[in-house]
Design a protein around this ligand. Structure first.
Ligand code: ADP
Ligand code: MG
Length: 669
């Protein structure tokens, strides 16, 4: 298929070491990566305006001959100014470029060029300031057409990316289409090679939409097929049927310090009924932070233990594992639970119920009659790790699987993405939870907010500060956190004890800092969104979010869930410099609602699925570069196509190959 097309990116013109290093930062290493690096928007410069008709503020293109061109240094500011006058048959117009002296070397008087950009006006009439330009050739990449705009990183320009892609876009005819003819015909899809050319350099918006539809179909179809295949494979397996011990379970529930919500009862019931069967359960339990998922898992594990089966709960961090261990011992009784982490190994008397971290999947840990596996915060684990735990059992049977997640993904979206799983949703929180007071803080009110925080902390409270990523290249948030930390430490709160966490912090270091924070050795913890602080720190009552406008509501809601865990009143302060009506309105939704699912629906409508997932899940979501995961019509079509394909996939080697690649992406997630 696309293999012959795949060449190292350095095989292209004008890609030296520096540029290839920069491209690597945005995961562009081969020509294939590049052709699948889609624009995130387009500018329509396809209409050429006569110079005489130019209007101030108009975005457009003109075509003309250079009559004058020179570069000079400005007096007052030490800046290079390149000026040109170009003329068409109607009129001439001035063009000014700042600090681009090389332009005077590339262009010459007499050259015919396109100039695209926004028309400015000064005392002498209209002109272009810093427009894009291109010599007139048969095929243009930057001007006089619908121009692609790519996401960039430091040190790479739109022009460079376009130049690179234009080198390969005309070779797309070499690409084989991996979709069978029948599917292309039945769903009226544009061929792959045409789509890939059009997505970068569309002839017009109709073609662009067709290209987009085809490439979206590819992504959704692949996902649907992948899910169907997993489901089919899973059905070949057998699990231990776990009988329902009604009386002891009722007893357990009666002895809880609270009564279960009706949602908890329903979920627990479904799970207990599921694991009675020989068919392995594969269920995702979604419930907002604090909705009480742990007790549901405890009931199922206890039920398994009653018939002599083992079960294991895996959590993403050592602190969380210990937290669960304590909770389960409280619910199920002393010495009923074993704890296995890197540093601890406590074994209980009867060794039926295990709690731990990744340490559970080490080679030397062995299970017998493992009937149930629970994965907490499932998005924190890769598929491979989840499977590794499932495959731990020494028996022929595989364990039932229960995944827990606090990301409120709307049902329809969840069904598309996790089509191979059954879904349970806990949509209500236990009664009596205090609302977290949520406020939007503008720049003008920043100082006042700092005073408020200082006072709270003086009274013994603690606070989180979450920072957004400032630069695309700062994926781990090192820079943003360090900057914020420095500012708070040196200028704002010199008297407070402040700690920081970012994506580069070592696991061990993270755990130590979280533990120290929990033990009140710090007043304030600065972290990036990349670091999920999924730990219970009841004494933390203030969540401060910098650049709140840069996050999706779901993510903001998740951050907010880190506070409000004690009887004290908690606060969430959303700092933003944005003055945009739309942005403020969006944030406003957060101040009014504490319902994660409602906020997620809102996100989905306003910003698409990407906004819902936390940083850890973005790997998975990055498999969807173009598909709109809310496009129900296309999803239905792709699903139908996948259902028709699933039993005869082997007949289509290119499809099989594509599935393998997709699996690799998902496994790297
Ligand atoms: P999460 O779904 O975020 O994992 P947990 O299972 O940790 O939530 O539960 C959060 C807290 O709520 C725990 O302290 C738990 O004991 C408590 N809890 C769970 N269910 C209920 C309920 N029905 N009523 C009151 N409190 C509950
Ligand atoms: Mg939990």
């Amino acid at each position: 298929m696309d293999i012959p097309f795949k060449q190292p990116i350095t095989s292209l013109n004008r890609v030296g070491q520096t540029l290839s290093r920069r491209l690597k930062k945005i995961n562009l290493e081969t020509t294939l990566d590049l052709i699948y690096y889609f624009p995130f928007r387009y500018e329509d410069f396809s209409k050429i305006t006569k110079i005489a008709d130019l209007q101030p503020d108009q975005q457009t293109t003109v075509k003309g001959k250079i009559e004058l061109l020179n570069s000079r240094r400005s007096f007052r500011r030490r800046m290079m100014i390149t000026e040109a006058v170009i003329a068409d048959e109607s009129e001439s117009v001035k063009i000014v470029w700042f600090n681009q002296p090389y332009i005077a070397k590339i262009l010459q008087s007499g050259d015919e060029i396109f100039v695209s950009g926004k028309v400015s006006s000064d005392t002498l009439g209209v002109c272009f300031k810093n427009p894009v330009y291109e010599k007139v050739k048969t095929e243009t990449a930057h001007t006089a057409r619908i121009v692609p705009i790519y996401p960039l990183t430091e040190g790479i320009t739109q022009k460079q990316i376009r130049f690179l892609i234009s080198q390969i876009a005309h070779q797309t005819s070499k690409l084989h289409d991996w979709l069978p003819e029948e599917i292309i015909k039945k769903y009226k899809l544009l061929p792959l090679n045409i789509s890939l050319k059009q997505i970068h350099f569309p002839d017009n918006f109709i073609k662009l939409n067709e290209a987009r539809r085809r490439l979206s179909f590819d992504e959704i179809f692949t996902l649907q097929l992948f899910n169907l295949k997993n489901k089919k494979d899973a059905e070949q397996n057998k699990a231990f049927p776990v009988p329902f011990f009604q009386d002891p379970i009722k007893n357990l529930v009666a002895n809880l310090p609270f009564s279960l919500t009706s949602g908890q009862k329903k979920c627990a019931w479904r799970i207990i009924r599921d694991i009675e069967k020989q068919k392995p359960m594969n269920r995702l339990l979604e419930g907002d932070v604090g909705s009480g998922k742990t007790v549901i898992a405890a009931m199922a594990m206890y039920n398994a233990a009653l018939s002599g089966y083992q079960s294991a709960l895996m959590a993403p961090t050592e602190i969380l594992a210990k937290q669960h261990y304590d909770t389960l011992e409280k619910i199920l009784g002393k010495d009923t639970v074993s704890l296995i982490t890197r540093t601890t190994k406590k074994t209980s008397k009867d060794q039926k119920i295990f709690v731990g971290t990744h340490a559970l999947i080490q080679k030397k840990i062995k299970f017998k009659k493992l009937a149930l596996v629970v994965i907490d915060e499932q998005h924190r684990f890769g598929v491979a790790q989840r499977q590794a735990l499932q495959e731990k059992s020494e028996d022929e049977r595989i364990p039932h699987l229960l995944s827990l997640t606090a990301t409120p993904i709307p049902r329809t979206l969840a069904l598309t993405i996790y089509g191979d799983l059954d879904l349970s949703i806990l949509s209500e929180l236990p009664k009596g939870r205090k609302k977290i007071i949520t406020k939007i803080v503008s720049e003008e009110k920043r100082q006042k907010a700092y005073e408020f925080i200082k006072n709270k902390i003086k009274n013994g409270d603690q606070a989180f500060v979450v920072c957004p990523l400032i630069l695309e290249s700062d994926k781990l948030g090192v820079k943003s956190v360090e900057q914020e930390y420095k500012k708070l430490k040196e200028e704002v709160f010199p008297d407070l004890r402040i700690a920081m966490l970012h994506g580069k912090s070592k696991d061990k270091e993270k755990e130590n800092i979280m533990r120290d924070f929990k033990n009140k050795k710090y007043d304030l913890l600065v972290a990036t969104a990349v670091v999920e602080v999924g730990v219970d720190v009841p004494n933390a009552t203030i969540m401060i979010i910098e650049g709140a406008d840069r996050f999706g509501l779901s993510q903001l809601h998740q951050f907010r869930g880190r506070v409000g865990r004690s009887s004290k009143q908690s606060y969430c302060l959303l700092f933003t410099e944005s003055k945009s009506e739309k942005t403020l309105q969006r944030l406003e939704a957060l101040t009014k609602s504490q319902d994660g699912f409602k906020l997620a629906e809102y996100d989905l409508k306003m910003r698409g699925p990407g906004a819902i997932f936390s940083a850890q899940q973005s790997g998975f979501i990055s498999a969807f570069k173009i598909a709109d995961l809310t496009d129900h019509i296309l999803i239905a079509e792709a699903k139908e196509a996948a259902e028709n394909m699933i039993d005869q996939m082997e007949k289509y080697p290119l499809v099989v190959l594509k599935m393998q690649k997709f699996k690799n992406i998902i496994h790297l997630e």
